[in-house]
Ligand binder design. Structure first.
Ligand code: GAR
Length: 206
């Protein structure tokens, strides 16, 4: 039984998709906690309503990144996590924090990495004139939005698109690929070979 801790900053729709899939498909895991860096994150209500311990570590109240990350780490580690899932967690993390969770922290980013790291990814995509765009689930490394890629989803960019329409089309796909990637992790099927993620075949009944 693997323990999962999910970090959010806001709406938490990816967190909801993962919790729903884990429960309905009875993955061998426990959603041990949902932790937000903002007290007003909407996703905290979902966690409370679904019996998941919810914690808040308010990033604004810490003077430095190091101090916040240290406080966050001590709250996370109380839940003895096998996996940390960043689900719309809008914080840049210190290398020390990332190293502590090396190989056991996933993030979802709303672009086809390595294109468009950072913020305003849909604006970046529209400005670049790309004809496809999407989302990426990746392991977290110290370099922002650059870790080994686990899963990607592609959507077309249509002539009438704006940032919001693209975000909506991509979010639908995020809710498919993030649960899939977390399930692979929980099943012990992910490994990293020279910075490239390998996904082992599902065990077959013979
Ligand atoms: C998602 O689109 C996610 O890809 C993005 O924030 C949104 C969170 O939505 N994450 C980032 O931009 C990380 N840099 P949610 O709170 O409803 O899951």
């Amino acid at each position: 039984m693997k323990n999962i801790v999910i970090l959010i900053s806001g709406r938490g729709s990816n967190m909801q998709a993962i919790v729903r899939a884990a429960r309905s498909e009875q993955w061998p895991c426990r959603i041990a906690a949902v932790i937000s860096n903002r007290a007003d994150a909407e996703g905290l209500q979902f966690a409370a309503q679904h019996g998941i311990p919810a914690e808040v570590v308010v990033s604004k109240s810490f003077a430095t990144r190091d101090a916040f990350d240290a406080a966050l780490q001590s709250v996370i580690d109380r839940f003895e996590p096998d996996l940390i899932v960043l689900a719309g967690f809008m914080r840049i993390l210190t290398p020390k924090f990332v190293e502590h969770y090396a190989g056991r922290m996933l993030n979802i980013h709303p672009s086809l990495l390595p294109s468009f790291p950072g913020l305003a990814t849909h604006r970046q995509a529209l400005a670049a004139g790309v004809k496809v765009h999407g989302a990426t689930v990746h392991f977290v490394t110290a370099e922002l939005d650059h870790g080994p890629i686990v899963a990607q989803a592609v959507v077309p960019v249509l002539p009438a698109d704006n940032e919001q329409s693209l975000a909506e089309r991509i979010l639908v796909e995020e809710h498919k690929i993030y649960p899939q990637a977390v399930k692979w992790f929980v099943e012990g099927r992910l490994s990293i070979d020279n910075g490239v993620v390998r996904i082992a075949d599902e065990p077959q009944l013979v």
